[in-house]
Design a protein around this ligand. Structure first.
Ligand code: SF4
Ligand code: ZN
Length: 320
């Protein structure tokens, strides 16, 4: 089969758009969607200048999504003095898995000359996720601890690094799955939060609750295309899955989504189009509610309780 745009041999078929793309046109198509998202979300404000550049902290895990995101952003903004990029890698203390992916991150950062910071749960909290998964003092899934620790580090380091935005490599599949999960769980407040945190326009969600705004420039690109892009570009990527991955519900949603997309191409795109509109309405509804956000009495992190969740979890884990 030939490429829809030229007569070279196609390397992929996108059923949702009915196109076949050759390697070159796949590259162009992925990069175009990332740049369009940056533009449409107004990620680069007009007042960013070479003297007062935007600092973008990119979460770099070494998996395909964050590696592709970092590489495309670097390519796009390397020569643009209005943007300074910092890659931030978090080491959770997961033997085998995270060491190999850290190598991928270091290779990419060194090769592209990108500033790279590595933070470990060990140094921050005296915690290793391998131990947490084994001891599990609060009888929850490992990811429930890990997500709280990660969010704490991302928020603090983004702040320390002077970040204007925090960018992550969530792709179309991730986002459509999250959307569907929020809806199936009937969690309208979570839908509103999703909008405030990463879907709505930046000028409306700047610094909400003292949080640095998030951006997900890969959110229009399906996972399969990102994987193929990484492979054909020969990017340093670590493919393995975390041994503690435990989100069973997400797994079911993933299976469902694959089936829906196969039988009804374009489902992920239409879920996101409708969901974004819905989430905007939910955010309007919840946005006016005054939530009392104070500071954690131990670490100063923003929280609605006396002590933040992270401090409570660190105590529980270290009490074992
Ligand atoms: Fe942490 Fe769960 Fe991700 Fe593993 S899969 S790194 S435990 S959040
Ligand atoms: Zn705290």
């Amino acid at each position: 089969m030939n490429c829809t745009k030229c007569d070279r041999e196609a390397v992929m078929h996108a059923a949702y758009s009915g196109t076949h793309l050759c390697e070159r046109h796949l590259f162009e198509s992925v990069e175009r969607r990332v740049r369009r998202r940056v533009r449409e979300d107004d990620m680069l404000p007009a007042d960013a200048t070479p003297d007062d550049p935007e600092t973008w902290v990119v979460g770099l895990s070494g998996g395909k999504d964050s590696v592709v995101l970092t590489d495309i952003l670097h390519d796009t903004f390397e020569e643009d003095p209005r943007v300074e990029m910092v890659a931030l890698t978090i080491h959770e203390g997961i033997e085998g898995y995270r060491d190999a992916s850290l190598d991928a991150c270091e290779e990419l950062a060194a090769d592209r000359d990108i500033r790279h910071e590595v933070v470990t749960y060990d140094e921050e909290f005296d915690v290793q996720m391998d131990d947490v998964a084994e001891d599990d003092p609060l009888d929850m899934a490992p990811c429930a601890y890990c997500g709280v620790f990660r969010r704490d580090i991302l928020a603090r380091y983004a702040d320390d690094l002077g970040a204007d935005k925090l960018l992550t490599g969530h792709n179309l599949d991730d986002e459509a799955e999250t959307a569907l999960m929020n809806i199936l769980e009937g969690n309208v407040e979570q839908v509103a939060k999703h909008f405030d945190a990463s879907l709505g326009p930046f000028d409306e969600r700047n610094e909400k609750d003292g949080m640095i705004p998030r951006a997900k420039p890969l959110r229009d690109v399906p996972e399969k295309e990102i994987a193929l892009y990484a492979q054909l570009r020969d990017l340093p990527v670590h493919m393995a899955e975390c041994p503690h991955a435990s989100e069973a519900f997400r797994g079911e949603i993933q299976d469902l989504m694959l089936k829906l997309e196969e039988n009804h191409p374009g489902t992920r795109h239409s879920i996101m189009a409708g969901y974004e509109e819905l989430a905007g309405l939910a955010a309007d509804e919840y946005g006016d509610e005054d939530r009392e956000v104070g500071e954690c009495e131990d670490c100063g992190a923003p929280t609605t309780r006396d002590r933040c969740r992270k401090c409570a979890l660190v105590d529980a884990v270290n009490a074992v």
